[in-house]
Design a protein around this ligand. Structure first.
Ligand code: FAD
Ligand code: NAD
Length: 478
């Protein structure tokens, strides 16, 4: 038996590494087990988010958006460029550099906070012991008063479309291609399908996205989803809803995807295929049979509202437990658990967790959708405002989209804010603050926003709840 810790965290993604830092800040002797080996064959911290998720995808979205801007959207500004080229290998190398800097930054934070990084694969044993199998296969067992399980998630592989070299890939594979596919297929019009489909479309690929569901982005507000779908169609992203994939066959000539839609059997031949049909908790093999931790039917760790498992002193957070698979949700859960361990009474408001899809235009929301409110029988008022009437958006040449606010019909409390448009990812933060502080639409309508700014659209949508938007004609309510 080796060293004893106050806390051992298993997994160093945004859930686990943040939990470890907060534990160390609170004076707890903390170790974190992490098994990740990166592209350069080195052990790395940061998990899915930093290595193959949030950060690298946003790096490529940025590069590809710049390319598309220069290629297609600058002529009206009087800017033309001859001989425009993209060096995809260089774009990938830039992304890799950002990943290295940020994952290296976590390593520095671990050192600065005195956190021990136990490199290798962790397995939770009975009695709050963690067996760590190092990269050299050496096995060491540690114990701790508290264990935080933060093992994250991995992509779901479809039995009919097994990963195949660079041709049939998951999201991580699609972040590393060094050439642009002529034709790209994507299975799943979810967050990853839309973001990575956008990257490769902007760089010149013809992209077909096959989605099994009849509704586009079913968890988003219907008006926002419809507005986004219209924009994606204009951009040439070929999204085929109600398309159930039946067979995938790869040959030297490409990948043939056979699917069924309302018209019957269809097929499409693509050069490469991304399968982005969701992610599953990475819990297989992480627990000894007698660990006492329970998993649900989807393999998630069962926790109560305080993120406690059935074993006292063992907690679980992030993608491996119930709730949205989002980095900021995982991190906040890490903070909450660390503070609970030292006896504090922290709180997390799951109703105020923002969602962002980093397409162009961006899609973002926080709180309830109209469908949620209807299902719950809550009476509400709607205020919406188009970016087409916002001066800054016009000046930016990004006037597609809108802000939509849902407020309680009786109290005027803001229940949901939905955006599709420029920098929606940044503006949704205002809505988070408004919802978290229980603002009414009138409260925000009475605040002063800088002119000209995109945020004025949020202000106008709040005014529109009461039918008094100033730069759009709406129905006066009072
Ligand atoms: P993870 O980040 O998956 O980390 C878990 C860590 O645990 C991993 O490092 C793994 O190696 C380690 N581990 C697992 N089992 C063991 C074990 N037994 N022993 C030792 N180590 C172990 N979310 C957003 O909020 N915004 C975004 O823009 C966004 N973009 C994304 C883009 C892509 C392409 C993908 C795939 C995901 C994206 N996500 C985004 C989701 C986000 O990455 C996850 O929600 C987040 O990483 C979850 O954090 P986590 O700490 O729970 O798990
Ligand atoms: P997702 O759940 O967002 O989307 C998967 C889509 O695939 C769904 O629309 C689903 O209906 C469809 N689908 C499932 N099986 C199918 C099949 N056999 N044929 C056709 N379509 C099928 O999952 P994802 O895009 O893989 O992303 C996984 C998770 O990662 C997301 O839920 C999200 O939490 C996280 N993520 C977040 C961000 C962000 O916050 N910007 C970005 C990327 C990923």
């Amino acid at each position: 038996m080796s060293e004893k810790y106050d806390v051992i965290v298993i997994g160093a993604g945004p859930g686990g590494y943040v939990a470890a830092i907060r534990c160390a800040q609170l004076g707890l002797k903390t170790a974190c087990v992490e098994e990740w080996i990166n592209k350069q064959q080195k052990p790395a911290l940061g998990g899915t988010c930093l290595n193959v998720g949030c950060i690298p995808s946003k790096a490529l979205l940025e590069s590809s958006e710049r390319y598309e801007e220069i290629a297609h959207h600058n002529a009206d500004h009087g800017i033309t460029v001859d001989g425009l080229q993209i060096d995809v290998a260089k774009m990938i190398a830039r992304k890799d550099k950002i990943v290295s800097q940020l994952t290296g930054g976590i390593e520095q934070l671990f050192k600065a906070n005195g956190i021990t990084w136990l490199q290798g694969r962790g397995k939770l044993l009975a009695g709050k012991q963690v067996q760590v199998t190092g990269h050299d296969s050496a096995i060491t067992t540690y114990s701790a008063d508290n264990i935080i399980v933060a093992v994250g998630s991995t992509p779901i592989e479809l039995p009919i479309a097994k990963w195949l070299d660079t041709r049939i890939v998951d999201s991580a594979g699609a972040l590393d291609w060094e050439t642009v596919p002529s034709k790209l297929g994507v299975i799943g019009a979810g967050v990853i399908g839309l973001e990575l489909g956008s990257v490769w479309r902007r760089l010149g690929a013809e992209v077909v996205v096959l989605e099994a569901m009849d509704d586009f982005l079913s968890s988003a507000d219907r008006d926002v989803a419809k507005a986004a779908q219209t924009q994606f169609k204009k951009q040439g992203l070929d999204i085929r809803l109600s398309s159930k994939v039946a067979k995938v066959e790869a040959s030297d000539d490409g990948v043939t995807v056979t699917y069924n839609d309302a018209k019957g059997e269809q097929s499409v031949v693509v050069e490469r295929l991304i399968v982005a049909v969701g992610r599953k908790p990475n819990t297989a093999g992480a627990f000894a049979d007698d660990s006492g931790v329970q998993l649900d039917e989807r393999g998630r760790v069962v926790v109560d509202s305080h993120l406690r498992t059935a074993v006292p002193g063992v907690y679980a957070i992030g993608d491996c437990v119930v709730g949205p698979m989002l980095a900021h949700k995982a991190s906040e859960e890490g903070v909450i658990v660390a503070e609970q361990i030292v006896g504090q009474k922290p709180h997390i408001n799951y109703d105020a967790i923002p969602w962002v899809i980093y397409t162009h235009p961006e899609i973002a929301w926080v709180g309830k959708t109209e469908a949620d409110l209807k299902a719950a029988g809550v009476a509400y008022n709607v205020g919406s405002f188009p970016f087409a009437a916002n001066g800054r958006a016009k000046a930016m040449d990004q006037a597609d989209g809108m802000v939509k606010v849902l407020a309680d019909a009786t109290t005027d409390r803001i229940l949901g804010v939905h955006l599709v448009g420029p920098l929606a990812s940044e503006m949704v933060g205002q809505a988070v603050i408004a919802i978290e502080t229980e603002c009414s639409a009138e409260d925000v309508a009475r605040m002063v926003f800088a002119h000209p700014s995109l945020s004025e659209a949020v202000h106008e949508a709040m005014l529109a709840v009461d039918g008094r938007a100033l730069h759009a004609v709406g129905k006066k309510r009072k």
